[in-house]
Ligand binder design. Structure first.
Ligand SMILES: NC(=O)c1ccc[n+]([C@@H]2O[C@H](COP(=O)([O-])OP(=O)(O)OC[C@H]3O[C@@H](n4cnc5c(N)ncnc54)[C@H](OP(=O)(O)O)[C@@H]3O)[C@@H](O)[C@H]2O)c1
Length: 270
């Protein structure tokens, strides 16, 4: 039986990957900093931390593949130090196939977190381990939470000319689980959502579902980073498209009067 380690297996994406791998009959192990992290029955949990390196040898023992989803935009060292640490530990336990999830546009958008993701991609490519890299666009969850945070105010400023192609974590997880059970594939086609949408339209989808009336003010978006977004560097050009639209996701998640939980924006540091 193939055994796969999922770093970040407690996160929005990682949870879905874990579920799919477990359903496929693979042995699955999750690396988490928490001892009480909820994992599906039959899935192993190893306490560890990519920054300190604690627990990595135990987590990696006997695995054939690692799906590396752990990340923290507020702690770039998870990518910059944690990824090389994970890869070094992997070399010591039989050189498993490492599948890394990155973000569409990390090479074109000058933003610190994206630069850290690009550095992690490079370390993996140069590691000598079998590797696969999948870049995805923003997840529905992240976009919904960002819009819900903005829409707390009756007047919502939106940067002019920004489009997004949000993708469902279930669609990304389908690809990652398939990649984890196959061989090293290098950089595979990017994955994005089925539709490219203007920020105003995404906001309208949310406010309508939440029963809110908001005034939108279109504001200029200066700077190199926003220029790259306006140029569409965050969109999939020749990749794969997921199946679930943002509107479908919002209809599942949002009800009038029920606040959206802001897990990305209010997460406690550990
Ligand atoms: N969110 C998006 O829109 C988006 C879009 C494209 C690609 N991605 C990429 O997809 C991946 C998953 O994103 P996500 O949104 O699902 O993340 P998430 O929900 O924020 O989950 C982050 C995960 O990282 C783990 N983690 C954080 N710091 C760690 C550390 N020091 N050591 C070990 N584990 C650590 C957390 O585990 P514990 O808290 O249990 O320790 C958690 O499971 C990331 O690589 C991200 O860059 C995200």
């Amino acid at each position: 039986m193939t055994t796969v380690l999922v770093t970040g297996g407690t996160g929005a994406l990682g949870r879905q990957v874990v579920e799919r791998l477990a359903d496929s009959g693979a042995g699955v192990r999750v690396l988490s900093r928490r001892t009480d992290a909820p994992v599906p029955e039959g899935v192993g949990l190893v306490r560890g931390d990519l920054i300190s390196g604690r627990g990595l040898d135990d987590a990696l023992a006997g695995v054939e593949a690692v799906v590396h989803c752990a990340s923290d935009p507020r702690r770039l060292e998870v990518e910059i130090d944690g990824t090389p640490r994970l890869l070094d530990a992997a070399k010591g336990v039989g050189s498993p196939h490492v599948i890394y999830v990155s973000i569409v546009g990390v090479d074109r958008i000058p933003f610190g977190y994206y630069q850290a993701k690009l550095a992690a991609e490079t370390v993996l490519r140069d590691s000598g381990l079998p590797w696969t890299i999948l870049r995805a666009t923003q997840f529905h969850d992240l976009v919904l939470q960002g819009l819900a945070a903005l829409a707390r105010s009756p007047v919502v400023p939106l940067p002019r000319g920004i489009r997004a192609q949000p993708v469902d974590t279930r669609d990304v997880a389908d690809r990652l689980a398939t990649l984890a059970l196959g061989g090293s594939a290098g950089r595979v086609p990017d994955v994005g959502g089925p539709r490219v949408e203007r920020a105003e339209d995404l906001l309208r989808v949310y406010t309508e579902a939440a029963g809110l009336r908001r005034r939108v003010v279109s504001v200029p978006a200066p700077g190199r980073m926003m220029r790259a977004f306006r140029a569409g560097a965050n969109l999939v050009e020749d990749g794969d498209l997921g199946t679930r639209t943002f509107e479908e996701f919002v209809r599942e998640q949002v009800r009038p009067g029920k606040p959206v939980r802001l897990t990305y924006y209010r997460r406690p540091r550990r």
